[in-house]
Design a protein around this ligand. Structure first.
Ligand SMILES: [Zn+2]
Length: 197
């Protein structure tokens, strides 16, 4: 197998130009064929005429497949039963039904993964007495970005275990909506409920 390096050039067929062109290997974000997402920073052959990705070298395929799996896989975990109750209560506080729980979780995971400071709140919450208990209720989250958001939050919080991470997220939601109500966050979530309900 020929291994290409960033900066290498060769002639290849460009699908956009519909002609043989000089391509230069560069780090690019490559969209999946079905448009369901992008793989970030893989070596791809970029057409020097039209600047579109003309060639994906074989060496980049495993990285792309791995990313695809992360993006497609539902996140499955088990949490203590009272965590589900806390989520249902938080949902009710927003005027929503338990159907809103997966969206609430996804919103919060995305929000907490947005900065190191936000992510560290999850760690703090895990010291709560409420963080203990037998993990006996299933929690499933589906969606294109949820896998990436969870990976990002794991990196920022240094919590590798998905169950521990989700417990910390649930307790953060419980804190912000019920224990120490964050009026701004609640208003934002209420408008979100009104939009999706
Ligand atoms: Zn081209």
């Amino acid at each position: 197998m020929i291994i290409v390096k960033v900066g290498d050039e060769e002639r290849a067929e460009c699908g956009v130009c519909e002609a043989f062109r000089t391509v230069s290997y560069q780090l690019r974000d490559v969209p999946f064929d079905d448009g369901s997402g992008v793989v970030k920073n893989v070596i791809a052959g970029v057409c020097k005429t039209c600047d579109s990705v003309a060639v994906i070298p074989f060496q980049s395929v495993p990285a792309i497949k791995k990313q695809l799996q992360i993006q497609r896989k539902a996140v499955e975990s088990r949490v203590p039963a009272h965590m589900i109750d806390l989520l249902n209560m938080a949902s009710a506080e927003l005027g929503a039904t338990p159907d809103f729980v997966p969206l609430l979780l996804k919103y919060y995971i995305h929000h907490l993964a947005s900065s190191p400071e936000a992510a560290m709140r999850v760690v703090t919450m895990l010291t709560s007495e409420l963080a203990t208990g037998m993990a006996n209720k299933r929690l499933s989250l589906k969606g294109r970005e949820i896998g990436n958001d969870i990976e990002r939050l794991k990196n920022l919080s240094h919590i590798d275990n998905t169950t521990e991470l989700l417990k910390g997220v649930v307790l953060t939601i419980h804190n912000d909506l019920l224990v120490n109500p964050d009026a701004q966050r609640i208003a934002l979530l209420k408008s979100f409920v009104a939009t999706v309900a």
